[in-house]
Ligand binder design. Sequence first.
Ligand SMILES: [Zn+2]
Ligand SMILES: [Zn+2]
Length: 234
Amino acid sequence: MAAKRVIDGVHVVPMGMANAFLIEGDDGLTLIDAGYPKKEAAVFGAIRGLGRSPDQLRHLVFTHGHPDHIGSAAAIVRETRARTYMHPLDIPMAESGGPFRPMRPAPGLLGQVMCRLFFHPDERLEPVAIDLPLTDGETLPIAGGIEVIHAPGHCAGQVALLWRPGRMLFAGDVCTNLMGLGDPVGFESLEDGRASQRKLAGLSFDAAGFGHGKPIPRDASARFRNRWGHRPDS
Ligand SMILES: [Zn+2]
Ligand SMILES: [Zn+2]
């Protein structure tokens, strides 16, 4: 599957059952997440599809340190020398390449099944060194401005990233969009995870991308508000 445009300047790169996103900026290319292992060719293919070359990938920003988001990172960095960014709470997992902190399945039968199928805390991957720790509330001066929103619950080091120029939110695994907006496969803390979903529902953005499921090109924040926002009558 080839990369697909979501909005001007953003392409979704299918990385197996997970998504990565490529942002075109004046200062080169930025990749959000690095998928499962052995998927680096999908990223390089997407970059070439934009008429660019892999050495123009400058930044690799991770939404969190799970295996399905860092799997091809080491291979991508070797080829591109992109700078890597991650929240400090997840850096040890990325830099050791596992094991990964355990999660509890999300509420419901589907969560039980999916978590067991897709999340293996004992998995070992090629480690990736992180150059810069992410801080809640900062705006990275890359791709025209990417705001970092710490959104723990699924994973302690989970962040959402708001790309200011395109008003696109990268939600990572705070939520999925598989059969409509829903939970990730599991949570380290369900309570924190709910709080983070509500936090994202309080933001203003147009488009949204997810670690898993279809991106939403427009009116995305209204859908988040419907799902997790405060309703006046409740
Ligand atoms: Zn995850
Ligand atoms: Zn994931």
